[in-house]
Write a new protein. Structure first.
Length: 404
């Protein structure tokens, strides 16, 4: 059970006003808010431990290293990776995807095929297009239906011995669809293809078990799960990470350097060139602790309650259409009101202190599918309330009246 009043006390930002009104934050799919417990860790790091890691013999460096590597272990446990060296700390979801796409160049050739889902964020499309341009491989798209679900029979038909990679998000940021990734992975593996799952949107709602999913790569950004920006996770199966060449060269990722030849460090350092976001990594660990303290079952059931409550009320507004009505869906509502531009609704809601996202949500192919320029997106977190949803519904009604 979620004690939302108590939880809200953890988030100082929820006390602030925007345009003279109490902030109602419904842009959680873009970035989640940060609890005091994580803010405290950031302040503590810079107040007491700030030093470069891994290469110092002095106390501060060793303490910072212990905290950073301790965070890696927390993240490993949370995602249930088999080994801590399968946890590569990145600067975020986009970085993780680019790392895999870049390193995969050495494993693809003309005639190979890679499959992307129609539901992807641009971050999980563009790096693969670039990979195809470099290698001559072909990008094919797993189509979606009107409800915003992937068409699994079409996916099955696209899979062949030529398929080398499949990339799909766990949850769509634009529509909230939860994809059947376990099945998707199983089917890809039957033809010998590797799968990268973009977990940017699942990580605040679901606790993924990478071993149970048998996923090859799983990427996440800490700022979607109550952690800071500029840090994230690339989980890779050991066998894949060993097969892929390094992504960037520099300090930390080497074993021996001479002008004739450089040998590389083992995992995870092979993929972690340069000074990492040390404080961010430690705070990522703290965010994982914080969310587990609340519990993912409690989070999921409360957010579902919010989703159902908001969906019912919004659908009562005449002319309002919700995009993305998948059976398996998380707490994201993308909508439009007939004849009104989403940007105008977002601007009026902001005047009321209500933060929603408007536009294409970095998923232009989804907008093209529905033949719309964009949507208004309200995305709920476990610290939101039904009263806030009431205010959103009233706000949307007012916006409709003003703009019609
Ligand atoms: N994939 C999905 C599904 C996302 O929602 C986002 C963030 N909106 C990203 C990738 C990219 O994340 P970031 O910008 O934090 O790297």
């Amino acid at each position: 059970m979620i004690n939302v009043d108590k939880i809200r006390e953890d988030f100082p930002i929820l006390n602030r006003k925007v345009n003279g009104k109490p902030l109602i934050y419904f842009d959680n799919a873009a970035t989640s808010q940060t609890p005091q417990q994580v803010i405290d860790v950031i302040v503590d790091y810079y107040s007491n431990y700030n030093a470069n890691i891994h290469r110092g013999v002095h106390t501060l460096s060793q303490e910072a290293t212990d905290l950073y590597e301790g965070a890696r272990l927390k993240i490993q446990k949370h995602f249930n990776a088999k080994h801590n060296y399968e946890i590569i700390l990145t600067s975020g979801t986009t970085h993780g995807i680019n790392l895999v796409a870049s390193s995969f160049s050495s494993l693809l050739e003309k005639g190979d095929e890679v499959l992307v889902s129609a539901l992807e964020h641009h971050s999980n499309i563009v790096p693969w297009q670039m990979l195809c341009e470099r290698t001559g491989a072909t990008l094919k798209v797993i189509p979606m239906n009107e409800q915003g679900e992937l068409i699994m029979s079409d996916y099955e038909a696209l899979l062949s011995q030529k398929t080398k990679l499949v990339f799909v998000n766990h949850i769509s940021n634009a529509l909230g669809t939860i994809n059947p990734i376990k099945k998707i992975i199983e089917m890809a593996h039957e033809v010998g293809a590797a799968v990268l799952v973009d977990g940017a949107q699942s990580c605040p709602h679901i606790k993924p078990d990478v071993q149970d999913l048998d996923v090859d790569f799983y990427v996440v950004g800490a700022h979607k799960m109550c952690g800071p920006t500029g840090v994230g996770l690339l989980y890779g199966k050991e066998e894949w990470l060993n097969k892929l060449p390094p992504y960037q060269g520099g300090g930390e990722m080497i074993d021996q350097v001479t002008f004739e030849k450089t040998t590389y460090a083992g995992l995870p350092h092979k993929f972690e060139a340069g000074t990492p976001n040390i404080c961010g990594g430690i705070a990522f660990g703290a965010a994982v602790d914080y969310l587990n303290g609340i519990g993912f079952d409690a989070i999921a059931s409360y957010e579902h309650e919010l989703l159902d409550y908001a969906t019912q009320q919004l659908l009562d507004i005449e002319g309002l259409k919700i995009y993305g009505t998948a059976k398996e869906k998380t707490s994201v509502i993308s909508f439009n009101i007939q004849g009104i531009h989403p940007y105008d609704i977002g601007t009026i809601l902001d005047k009321m202190g209500i933060a929603v996202r408007t536009g294409h949500h970095c998923a232009q192919p989804i907008m093209d599918f529905y033949k719309i320029p964009g949507t208004v997106r309200a995305s709920f977190a476990f610290y939101n309330t039904k009263q806030e949803i009431d205010a959103l519904v009233e706000g949307v009604k007012t916006a409709k009246m003003m703009l019609s």
